[in-house]
Design a protein around this ligand. Structure first.
Ligand code: ZN
Length: 269
């Protein structure tokens, strides 16, 4: 990228107004003419040091291998997908923190704590599915039916189910468009990691290891990249849609302390 393009990116990243940017471009007419020849500059609505922080959670790890099917162990593929997603989100200008970036066991509680302590913008957990029915395939995305009291106990409460539901919709749609996998929809279920995480959180079941064609695709680096690129796009669309959404969408849950603690459906998918 030529240095002036980097400069332009810095200008847009630093929050300069569009009119100021237009002034720069007009003042340098020759530059404007050459703009068509370079890739589009991504204008981001945040400054570099305050970019959204996404927690990418690779499911399972260490002694917890997760599902084993189709010649794959879930913990290994979830990590590979998580690393790809991390790189793609960083390329889009976001900050990313992984709950694990190697084959290590991490308690579910700790994964939520990482998001809480980092004051993350949102949380994405990646898993692989299995079924006793070999013909079942596709992607499904889970969000918490209700956040736990601990997740809602922060200052001023926390984004409720609705924000997570919006995130789930966005991620599910783009993951399916990117991978062309079957869309199995979004589902509300109190999986531990999404329930205890204060920020909007989703758990993506990225495909079935028990489906012959799907597992064959999941082994391909190109397919993995298309799938995680879709998830990354869903994340960006969710973040960019936030200011336009009425505040009520983020505050549907009751204030903390007024409801009994939610029951977790299962500890780990
Ligand atoms: Zn899993």
């Amino acid at each position: 990228m030529p240095p002036w393009v980097s400069k332009l990116v810095l200008i847009t990243r630093s929050g300069a107004s569009y009119s100021a940017l237009a002034g720069v471009v007009l003042a340098l007419g020759w530059l404007a003419r050459s703009l068509e020849a370079v890739p589009a500059v991504i204008i981001r609505p945040w400054e570099l040091d305050s970019a959204p922080l996404v927690i990418v959670d690779a499911g399972h790890g260490g002694q917890d291998g997760g599902a084993v099917a189709g010649g794959l162990i879930e913990k290994n593929l979830s990590l590979k997908l998580a690393q790809k997603l991390r790189d793609q989100l960083q390329d889009l200008g976001m900050r990313v923190k992984m709950t694990r970036d190697r084959d290590v066991f991490i308690e579910l509680e700790e994964r939520s704590q990482i998001a809480k302590q980092a004051k993350a913008t949102l949380f994405v957990s990646l898993h692989l599915n299995t079924s006793e029915t070999a013909s079942v395939h596709g992607i499904e995305t889970y969000y918490a039916e209700q956040k736990s009291l601990s997740a809602r106990g922060g200052q001023g409460g926390s984004p409720g189910r609705n924000a997570s539901e919006w995130l789930a919709r966005s991620v599910q749609l783009q993951a399916c468009l990117g991978s062309k996998a079957e869309d199995r929809g979004i589902k509300a279920k109190n999986y531990a990691v999404v329930t205890h995480t204060p920020c909007p959180a989703v758990l993506v079941e990225c495909g079935f290891l028990t489906h012959a064609d799907e597992v064959a695709k999941l082994k391909q680096s190109e397919y993995q990249a298309a799938l995680t690129q879709g998830i990354a796009k869903g994340v960006v669309e969710f973040i960019q849609s936030q200011p336009a959404r009425p505040a009520g969408h983020l505050e549907r849950n009751s204030p903390s302390g007024t409801e009994p603690e939610v029951k977790l459906e299962v500890q780990n998918p």
